[in-house]
Design a protein around this ligand. Structure first.
Ligand code: GDP
Ligand code: MN
Length: 381
């Protein structure tokens, strides 16, 4: 889960990391009012779960409450890089001497933490790493030992002497935040040295490990404050894994592996998935009805492919579930159904007897994918 900058900065503050004074504004009026409070000059920053705002017009230096209102109105109306924007962060304007960079992240392949620092902040760090790797300091941190003084010296040694002490205090807090909040990434770009010598985190990027949200109730609660897609919200409430893609075939399967394989086979027949949904172990009528509702509410879907391999899940139960679901909701597109595994024959018999006009039964995954691609009007050569 990527936090908005303003949420990241709340965490920073709670961990003793200095950040500019700021106010979240949800309307042009609120942005104007905040700017007035900061003496008539401020920075207005779009709040999205994406970076690159500086370059993309998502950060505006404003010189009056009126200008703050105008820029905010545009940001709220236009969104940012395809993301809806429902709030901006209005911050006091600070006189910057230089922009630095510091981050920690979890390296899943080695199982340790990596700390990064450079005196060339403000720019894209991936580009810097590729072009001038020498400008970037990197330390590996054993999670059992934690951040040691030599790590801190190595990282902050890349900064100009005047900024080292202030930066070291921040870097230390940043690492404890990473551990305590179960973050997989904490990044400050830019970390700035101000004209008066203070060091402040001007930006905050924090990614929380989704698997740790069960033990981070305060952070888990933040998830409800993102403006997410209505379809995704319904899927999440029902405990279903839903992912939106950009083709025309809606895919429902039981188990992540089977769903991924289904995407591949559909692609082999020249079609692309509009979305996919993993119903996991259970495929009751309720689950099926919710799944179909979720998949069908995506207007891009021309055909649904339900691919079930019965294990503990019995195909006869799935077959009844699909029929019951179709009794409750109206299917507007064809539904290709492939049932295999436990009680598959019984399941297919139930479907055949029902003779539902929308259901196309296919005995194998290959045939089901071919049918789906044809019905989506996307079948390749
Ligand atoms: P990002 O591009 O999405 O990472 O957004 P940032 O928060 O990093 O802001 C991008 C750039 O805007 C920074 O590198 C700064 O140069 C500039 N900026 C942000 N806040 C201030 C501020 O308070 N004063 C000044 N002068 N520049 C700022
Ligand atoms: Mn930034």
């Amino acid at each position: 889960m990527d936090l908005y900058e303003h949420m990241g900065k709340d965490l920073f503050r709670a961990h003793g990391i200095p950040v500019p004074q700021g106010v979240v504004a949800r309307s042009p009026e609120e942005a104007a009012e905040a700017t007035r409070r900061f003496g008539g000059a401020a920075v207005v920053k779009v709040q999205v779960q994406a970076g690159g705002r500086g370059k993309g017009g998502g950060v505006a230096l404003v010189d009056s409450p009126d200008e703050a209102a105008r820029r905010t109105a545009r940001m709220l109306a236009e969104g940012f890089a395809g993301h809806p924007v429902d709030r901006v962060l209005v911050e006091e304007r600070l006189p910057i001497e230089r922009e630095l960079y510091a981050s920690f992240l979890l390296d899943r392949s080695s199982g340790d933490y990596v700390g990064l620092a450079t005196a060339e902040g403000g720019v894209e760090i991936e580009a810097l790493a590729a072009e001038r790797p020498g400008a970037l300091r990197r330390v590996r941190i054993d999670p059992m030992l934690g951040l040691r003084p030599y790590h801190l010296r190595e990282l902050t040694g890349v900064f100009p002497p005047s900024a080292r002490e202030g930066a070291a205090a921040i870097v230390r807090c940043l690492f404890s935040l990473l551990r305590e909040a179960d973050a997989t990434l904490v990044e400050v770009n830019p970390l700035v040295e101000l004209v008066d010598g203070r060091v402040v985190a001007l930006d905050a990027k924090v990614t929380i490990d989704d698997n740790a949200l069960v033990r981070q109730p305060d952070l888990a609660a933040l998830r409800d404050r993102f403006p997410i897609d209505e379809v995704e919200r319904r899927a999440r409430q029902a405990g279903l894994q839903y992912v939106k893609l950009d083709g025309r075939v809606g895919i429902i399967g039981n188990g992540a592996g089977l769903v991924m394989a289904t995407l591949d086979v559909v692609a082999r027949y020249g079609a692309r998935a509009a979305n996919f949904l993993d119903v996991g172990g259970g495929a009751s009528a309720d689950t099926m009805a919710t799944s179909l509702e979720v998949i069908l509410s995506d207007p891009a879907v021309r055909v649904v492919l339900i691919n079930i391999f019965g294990g503990i899940t019995r195909c006869d139960v799935v077959a009844r579930g699909v029929l019951e679901a179709l009794g409750r909701i109206e299917a507007t597109v064809p539904i290709v159904l492939r049932l295999d595994g436990t009680n598959a024959e019984e399941g297919r018999r139930i479907i055949a007897e029902a003779a539902h006009p929308r259901i196309v039964s296919a005995p194998t995954m290959d045939e089901a994918a071919a049918q789906a691609a044809r019905l989506a009007g996307e079948a390749g050569p």
